[in-house]
Design a protein around this ligand. Sequence first.
Ligand code: PHE
Length: 365
Amino acid sequence: MSLMDEAKSFFEQLKKDTLEAHKKALEGIVNEATEEALEDIENADSLEKVKKIQVGIFGKKGHMTELLKNMGKVSANDRPVLGKVLHESRQIIEKKLEAKIIFFAEQEEELKLQKEMVDITLPGQKVYEGHKHPITLIQEEILSIFNKIGYTVVEGYEIEEDYYNFERLNIPKDHPAREMQDSFYINQELVLRTHTSPVQTRTMDKITPQLPVKIISPGKVFRRDDDSTHSPMFHQIEGLLVDKNITFAHLKGTLLHFLRKIFGEDREIRLRPSYFPFTEPSGEVDVSCGNCGGTGCRVCSYSGWLEILGSGMVHPKVLEMAGYDPDEVQGFAFGLGVERVAMLKYDINDIRLFYENDNRFLKQF
Ligand code: PHE
């Protein structure tokens, strides 16, 4: 080989070596940066930090983005070398980022589940349940007793015509019986009903001439009364049965059945003559005192009996006004105070307790 050739090949080799060294150096720089990035990612202790690193590398102004953007400025020799290492580096870093992000997402999910975990062995929270008012309870009990023996529940109007509240019940305008009930009048014709008895006449008007009439009717009534045993508003339940061959014995048997169901099978009843313009004869019904069993105590004012309801055979005039022939049909009716029944049954001594909405009282039912 000539000296010239030797020199040429030497320089050739030198050039090759220099290029190789340059390439190695380039790779070295990128690999070092990659290692650093991987280490940073590995050390990141939160999702937030990982995201920050991600932006620092691949974001709009990230290192990798900047490098790739400036590839045009790199010499034609370096470009393929740099392109290849950057591409590899990018893949490695992205993979690492992804793994780390998944790791944090799973950790977060785990934490969330742990936080939401319910210990099903713990006792439940006590829910304070609402319930029915004692008056409603007693009312429902009474209605159900009569329902079972064939009575249909009907309702009337709280604002009633004077005509149905009085006139049709054989209480004309000048009748002294109007004094028995201190009424709330709305005007000449309208009154807050003083009893549930107008339902008797309204019902008969609808049913006549069919038989039987067999109804039970609960509702509010109003009187100008206010003390520990009287309230201006209280509840009554009216009963009416009209049919052929109805006698006072039917009335007594029905009331005995009802009172024993509501107060207990050992109760006795007693009918005292009384007066209502719409029944003839009329009877006030007493039930034997449950406190002393009839021997006399404080509860029954030492009489052994408790007054419980008003009743009687429907007055012929009332039947006639409703369109029935009193020679052909008879009926009995009764009206009882729901509060009175509740007071006796639960031993309550002040009627106002029912309307004060004191939870300490209501909670007991
Ligand atoms: N309506 C009467 C009252 O309120 C009760 C009663 C009803 C009496 C039915 C007889 C028949 O006092």
